[in-house]
Write a protein that binds this ligand. Sequence first.
Ligand code: GCU
Length: 657
Amino acid sequence: MNKNLAFRRFFPLFFCLFFVTAYAEDGSRLWLRYESDGQANISGTFGVARDELQTNWNGGPVVLKRQKGMPKDGYKIVSDGEQIRISASTDAGLLYGAYHLLRLQGMGNVGKSLNIEESPMYEWRILDHWDNPDGTIERGFAGHSIFWENPCEFVIRQYARANASVGINGAVLNNVNAKPQTLDSDNLKQVQWIADILRPYGIRVYLSVNFASPIRLGGLTTADPLDKDVAGWWKQKVDEIYRLIPDFGGFLVKANSEGEPGPCDYGRTHAEGANMLARALKPHKGIVMWRTFVYAPNDPDRAKQAYKEFQPLDGQFLDNVILQVKNGPIDFQPREPYSPLFTSLKSTLVMAELQVTQEYLGAANHLTFLAPMWQEFFSLVKPASLKAIAGVANVGDNINWCGHHFAQANWYTFGRLAWNPNLTAETIAREWLAQTFTTDKRFVNPMTDMMVSSYETVVSYMMPLGLHHQFAGGHHYGPEPWYTAPGIRSDWTPAYYHRADSLGLGFDRSSRGTDAVSQYPDELRDQYDDIRTCPEKYLTWFHHVPWDYRMHNGRTFWDELCHKYDEGVHGARRMLAIWDSMMPYVDKERFAEVQRKLRIQARDSEWWRDACLLYFQTFSKRPIPQDVEHPVHNLDEMMKFRIHITNYENPECGYSK
Ligand code: GCU
């Protein structure tokens, strides 16, 4: 067995043993760092809520009580100074109430009298795992899958606790690029085993399915959704699943996207495909989450394609189908305007798909707190217009779960916002910091500011002012605005998106260009269409901006672009400096690990600035302003090399041949 394989094979075992033998400051405890003597006085309903409080609560007596008539998953916490009473109509509600109490304890903030009433905004609060059967994770930067290949029951239970503590109640266990073997009877037994571990924590399991499964697994000659045998095959498969897992949640489907099979292969619509699956699931109360991440060449502008395919189908989906729409029209870019599908599907259930894993935001190396990004989304897409919410998970078998201690905050945030999308980034950052590190204000205050501003910093050094998809070929980590390859489709190259030329920079999606603006409601369309009223953060998304265009602050566009990159680089260095000053408040291990990552981030921010500015300068032919720091790299040298990423956890290799 080679060394890597041996490591892979036995690592989960070490991971498990580690958990049970010691609590080093390695991040494995996440935000669940309760300290208690286990002597709490808890009475009432049994179940996980009681266990959690019994083991972790260090305050006065708590009574858990079932109470009819409360909203699903909701709870009340009332205290009269002597006794705390948590009531809910379900076990899950009681559990959420128990974790709320423990959260207050972790924040050092229980208070004498409590009168809390909570219920979630969404019924479905789901993490999508892009985990493959061989244990690898697509766009995962924290090791291997905790579900497939050597799973460890203890680890899955800790995962369940973490999810339940923030209200997440569903997990899609496998990659949207799903293998037909997902539905193989042997595999379903493993799904059953996982479902049994997650169930006490109120978490249902879901599976991504391959639309061609009836052919590839069932031996049929077609997967046409209107074919009787195909529908019959799915019905039987679904019935088999429910015999094993009576509370199975349903299917997630990526169809006719990036080479995956789908109903369009048979001349059928997405609605016909989704409804066929929905009919099989309906008797069991299962749902179909059908993704709208498609980009068939029905329009030269990729940003318009999903809308053109799905908007005409509005109203044709059954009531247990929810369309799962990525937050932006392209693909989880550092910053995108919202996908116009959200405001144009009027008679169809819609859910948002956010990406917790930082595919395009520095992987597990950059500290990028995503709450401000998701708040920006919720400021335009009214939370109440959505039926559910999903997040692409950043969890792996890394000892700290997410690869970066601060990436845990994004998992935490996803759950908190799925429960209550109106929470502010600051509130969430404070909660997480206090529970995960210390309640000391000398730490929490500056670190909250640092976290909340990190998103803008990262966007500034990667792709400010509406730029998007300037990533290197083959991975989405570093910059390569010049990247192209023989025969590659143009919308997989940065030039398709930046459109740099001697006149300016940006993709003209105004009414004079591709008219993507017309997919937005009138008021926004007019705002985005006019370069003077278009928010500057989306400027090159919607406009081809002349190099000398005057920005609101009086600078030319070129100068502003240089300033933005400069702000990003300085912001990244400031993050490192703030962290360095936090040394007195943080344990040695986590301090050193975060410091190492922040150094990588500061270095990477310079790559980004230099690659983008020097390359765009070959078009703008304008000098970099005196008052910004000048690039340290040389463009010709950078273009000779590729950013070489073989191991995301150690990308120090940087540029190489
Ligand atoms: C992105 C990502 C893929 C993923 C796809 C999807 O393109 O890079 O890895 O499969 O999104 O969301 O389906």
